[in-house]
Structure formats: structure tokens, C-alpha cells
Design a protein around this ligand. Structure first.
Ligand code: SF4
Length: 391
């Protein structure tokens, strides 16, 4: 039987660059609110492409746009699809008609990304979630007179986006049953319409039922937002962290921030009574060598309000050349031997040993790293000279 996913009916994602999708991991065709100013978000949620995705779950193998879930289930035994079932199966309405068009959606989970404004430009990110990437993206594009790294080549996509208050207000009637709202990138703590949107939720009493979940880079604290968060049932702050110093600064896109700043900001969030703090590590080519050390750092931060378990549930597979599996098997096996002693890496370390090596993908990773290092005046192999022998 086909694997089924409930998210195309019971969840919505609005990305930082304005795409309307069934979930944050979906990579198939999606309509953009900024390119369709006259069309409502609900109509975009029922676009032909998304109806086709729904249909695929009934008639054939799931759509290629969902490949991220199938890949992650193979690589780490987890995916967004499984995550949704684990958290919300009991909240789904009974006798629901799984039609291709959802006339009056009542989302259980909503991923609302208010803008692509960010103060950082992490290596595995791009203009879709950080406007700070615009200039590097353009330089990469001009360097090659083309797009060898398959990044946002179109000029109109290399822009700063912000979802309007009117658009946000139009979501409210469809959130009456919402259990969880996620805010991700851009950096949610910087988004202009963030507080007004929280106030709309409070106005409808949704603050008493909805858990808010933030994925934040943790480097920017907005005291006004923190004050409003105190009125919600529960707030989860998931801090993105990809390495210990100095890799942390390298991946995050500049030397201005280090893990010490992060610790100070975590203390600020801890003052909220209704908060749980966790971590989100995007396991990728750059931090494969650092995962054991990072795991130790996160464990050392555990306390009554901080829980690092579940931090290593995300593996970068887009772009594919930044995947941790891109490295030669010899290195992967060496690292897997160290990681397999740690429960959090059991499945992942097994996969590290068996994945086929793809020379073209590895070359792309090395070229991308060198090009971006040149643009940013950084040096990955200066941090890890021991990796040079694998090039
Ligand atoms: S299968 Fe995965 S990618 Fe597809 S809609 Fe579900 S959660 Fe999203």
C-alpha cells in the first residue's frame, strides 16, 4: 500500500518567499502569493499542482515533490510525514472527506513564514529564506554566467519578501482548530508583521489552544515579541545550531556571531514561563566531522527548560551536494564508527556506511565551497585541514 500523508489536507506552509505548499519539505510545484496578488491563499492551496499531489496519494506512488520524506525515512528513519502522524493523528477530524479540493480548510498545523528577512546567510540556506543571500547568490550566478549550483537563478526570486497583514488576516478563519503554528525563516524574530499576527490570534482566543513553535537562529532577541509570547498556551523555541565554534560562524555566514552569544539569548528565552527550548541541527556536508562534538555541547546545555533530544532529526538533502552523504565512503565510515556509539545517531551512522559515493556531487560540493569561500573570504579547509586529503 502507498504511504499516506495527511498534511496536504490538514496543514499548510507559507514559505518566506511566498510559496503555498502542503508542508515545509514539499519540493514540487507551488503557487506564490506575491506573483498571484489577486488570488486568495485558500485558492492557491487548492491549485492544480497541489490537487495532483493529493491525488497521487490515492492512485500511484507518491509524488516526486515528496521525495524529501522518502529520502529522510531511508537515511534517518524520520520525516515530516511521520512527524505529523506522531503529533496530530488524534486531532484529525472524524469522517473527513479526503477530496482533491479542500473547500474550507481547517488546518491542524500551519507553517507561517512571515518574510525572507534574516540577519544571517547560512550555507545551506538561500534567498528563499534569507534576503542576506541575495548578493552572494548574484555573485555566484555572475561568476559562472549560469547556474551550476541550481540556486535561485531568476532575478525576480532574488528579492526581499514580506507577507501582508491582509493575507495574514485571511488565514485566521482557517485556524479555528489549529494545534500548532510554526514560524521559521527568514528569521521570525525580525519579521515586521509578526506581532500584529500574534495579536490577531489572541483576538480570536487561539492563544489558549495553539502551541507556537519557532525555528530561530537565536542570534536576535526581540523583547516586544517575547512579551506577547507570554500569553500563549505553550511556546517552543527551537534554536538552529550547526556546529561548535568556529564552524558555527562559518556555516552561519560570518564571524559576528558565535555560540557564546547564543547562550546569552537562550537565557533570555528561559525567563518565559511557558517556554521549552530545543535545538535543530541540519546535518550536512560541512558539519559531518563536527557532529559528535556538537552533540556533546548540546547535551551540556540540558536543563529543566532545555532538551537537546531530537536535535539530530534533520538531514540536508536539498541542495543534494550539501548532504552529509556527499563525502567519500572512507571518511563517512570513519565518522560513522564514532557516531554509532551514540543513540541519537544509530540509524544515521548505519546509513553513512552504505550510501553510494557520487563523484559529480562531491565535485559540486567542493566547487561550491571554494566559490563561496572566495566570495565570503572564508576557508573551510583552514578549519579542518585534515579533510584536505579527501579532495
Ligand atoms: S509526504 Fe512529506 S513532503 Fe509530501 S506533503 Fe507529506 S510531509 Fe510534505
Amino acid at each position: 500500500m502507498n504511504k499516506f500523508c495527511y498534511m496536504p489536507w490538514h496543514a499548510i506552509t507559507l514559505t518566506g518567499s511566498g510559496l503555498v505548499k502542503p508542508c515545509c519539505q514539499f519540493r514540487g510545484e507551488a503557487e506564490n502569493v506575491h506573483l498571484n496578488p489577486e488570488t486568495s491563499i485558500v485558492n492557491l492551496y487548492n491549485s492544480k499542482a497541489i490537487q495532483d499531489v493529493r491525488e497521487d496519494f490515492f492512485v500511484k506512488d507518491p509524488t516526486p515533490g515528496c521525495s524529501s520524506c522518502w529520502e529522510r525515512e531511508e537515511q534517518i528513519g524520520h520525516s515530516r510525514r511521520i512527524w505529523f502522524e506522531d503529533h496530530f493523528l488524534e486531532d484529525l477530524p472524524h469522517n473527513f472527506d479526503y477530496e482533491l479540493k479542500v473547500e474550507n480548510p481547517q488546518w491542524i498545523q500551519a507553517d507561517i513564514n512571515l518574510s525572507n528577512q534574516c540577519n544571517l546567510k547560512c550555507r545551506m540556506c538561500g534567498v528563499w529564506a534569507s534576503h542576506k543571500w541575495i548578493s552572494d547568490e548574484e555573485t555566484l550566478f555572475n561568476m559562472h554566467q549560469g547556474n551550476p549550483y541550481l540556486r535561485e537563478g531568476l532575478k525576480e526570486k532574488r528579492a526581499k519578501f514580506e507577507v501582508s497583514l491582509e493575507r495574514l488576516a485571511s488565514l485566521i478563519p482557517h485556524l479555528a482548530n489549529v494545534r500548532r503554528i510554526d514560524f521559521k525563516g527568514g528569521e521570525p524574530m525580525l519579521a515586521k508583521n509578526h506581532i500584529p499576527f500574534l495579536e490577531m490570534l489572541i483576538d480570536k482566543g487561539l492563544n489558549r489552544q495553539a502551541t507556537l513553535h519557532y525555528t530561530t537562529n537565536g542570534t536576535f532577541i526581540n523583547n516586544n515579541i517575547i512579551e506577547v509570547l507570554g500569553q500563549f498556551k505553550k511556546v517552543n523555541i527551537s534554536i538552529s545550531i550547526e556546529g561548535t565554534d568556529p564552524l558555527y560562524s562559518y556555516i552561519r555566514g560570518g564571524p559576528e556571531f558565535n555560540t557564546e552569544d547564543l547562550r546569552k539569548n537562550i537565557s533570555k528565552y528561559k525567563e518565559l514561563k511557558n517556554v521549552d527550548i530545543m535545538f535543530n541541527v541540519a546535518m550536512q556536508a560541512y558539519n559531518l566531522i563536527n557532529l559528535k562534538e556538537l552533540h556533546g555541547l548540546l547535551k551540556s546545555l540540558n536543563s529543566d527548560k532545555i532538551n537537546s533530544s531530537g536535535a539530530f532529526n534533520c538531514v540536508v538533502n536539498a541542495p543534494d551536494y550539501l548532504s552529509p552523504f556527499v563525502w567519500p565512503v572512507e571518511l563517512r565510515k570513519k565518522i560513522a564508527d564514532e557516531l554509532e556509539q551514540i543513540d541519537d545517531f544509530k540509524h544515521f551512522s548505519g546509513q553513512l556506511k552504505v550510501f553510494d559515493f557520487d563523484q559529480n556531487l562531491f565535485n559540486t560540493f567542493i566547487n561550491f565551497t571554494r566559490d563561496l569561500d572566495k566570495i565570503r573570504n572564508e576557508d573551510y579547509f583552514g578549519i579542518y585541514p585534515e579533510l584536505k586529503k579527501y579532495i
